[in-house]
Design a protein around this ligand. Structure first.
Ligand SMILES: Nc1nc2c(c(=O)[nH]1)N[C@H]1C(S)=C(S)[C@@H](COP(=O)(O)O)O[C@H]1N2
Ligand SMILES: [Mo]
Length: 319
């Protein structure tokens, strides 16, 4: 496979300390993987906020070298509407979500439909750490070290049939722990979808951890999707069902506001949201409201890897 190039930040954007911290973090992750140290999933230390480490090999080929967003931002400024619409709601409330036991059923146009216990999913393929940009449709972005493996590994296991054209993802519904389900902003459960080639693309990550540990609940524990060239809402959290379909699924966002959210939702600075431009973004943690915003990149900077999937498509029509 070709070695991908990512836009590099100017040296002045990086302080030596940040570089040093990032290297140290990557080395720690590598050392953990080397010793094979792993805690059973869901094992959490007594300390309220401590999460189990999730060892992984760094995948440099698919990682941006940009400065990683502080973990404190990535775990406290979240969209997870099941817990409320405020950015602080998921961190405040998602701790109550029940994530053990957890299973993911894979159904639909597959030769071998299967329900995977979370421990079987964790063991399905080697864990990789990938530092991806995440661009929210609201105009902000982060750079997050995710841990997971390509979704294609799971899909290969269930053997999609000749009719398999799309994949639908469904988030869990826990009325007792998710107060946001009472809201009518979205139709629940949270549903998202990908075309088959998008789902099989090596960048599409079935994600179990971040920052060297299993996912915090507010970030979609115990398993979520991360599709880095699409707006953040495509990256469904806390997935319980994966359905392989022949027809294009309708996502919760398409259903709520079809004029604003299409099926593809590729990051595209040239196609405005009906109510605001998508040309610029604010990097969370970068000097507050007065920090200069940065230009949003086509396909969130992953153009070289993904553009060929949309060759000949009018991206203003298929937004
Ligand atoms: N189930 C579910 N998944 C979701 C959302 C949600 O509200 N519910 N929000 C999405 C949006 S809009 C974004 S930007 C990302 C945010 O992921 P993060 O909080 O881990 O950064 O999650 C996506 N996945
Ligand atoms: Mo988002």
């Amino acid at each position: 496979m070709a070695r991908y190039r990512y836009p590099q930040p100017a040296p002045s954007e990086i302080t030596p300390r940040e570089i040093w911290q990032q290297r140290r973090r990557l080395m720690q992750a590598g050392a953990l993987a080397a010793t094979g140290l792993a805690l059973p999933f869901g094992a959490r230390a007594a300390q309220a906020d401590a999460l189990a480490p999730l060892p992984a090999q760094t995948n440099a080929e698919f990682s941006t070298m940009e400065k990683v967003t502080d973990r404190s931002h990535a775990t406290t400024y979240n969209n997870f509407y099941e817990f409320g619409l405020d950015k602080a709601d998921p961190h405040r409330l998602a701790g109550k979500m029940q994530i053990s036991p957890w299973a993911v059923q894979v159904v639909g146009q597959v030769a071998k439909p299967q329900t995977f216990d979370i421990d079987d999913l964790l063991a399905l393929a080697p864990m990789q750490e990938r530092i991806y940009r995440l661009r929210c449709v609201e105009g902000w972005s982060m750079v997050i070290p995710w841990i997971g493996y390509p979704l294609s590994h799971l899909l290969d296991k269930v053997e999609p049939t000749g009719n398999a054209k799309y994949i639908a993802f469904y988030t869990d519904m826990q009325p007792e722990t998710m107060p946001g389900l009472r809201s009518t902003v979205l139709d629940w459960p949270y549903r998202e979808g990908l075309r088959m080639d998008e789902a099989m693309h090596p960048l599409t990550l079935l994600t179990f951890g971040m920052y060297g540990e299993v996912l915090p609940n507010q970030n979609g524990a115990p398993v979520r999707l991360v599709v880095p060239w699409k707006y953040g809402f495509k990256s469904a959290k806390s997935i319980v069902t994966i359905q392989v379909t022949e027809q294009q699924p309708t996502s919760s966002w398409m259903q709520a506001a079809p004029r604003e959210y299409g099926f593809y939702s590729n990051v595209n600075p040239k196609v405005s949201h009906p109510r605001w431009s998508q040309a610029m973004e604010r990097r969370i943690g970068e000097g507050g409201l007065f920090a200069p915003r940065r230009p949003t990149l086509m396909f969130n900077g992953y153009e070289e890897q993904v553009a060929s999937m949309y060759a000949g498509m009018d991206l203003a029509k298929y937004y």
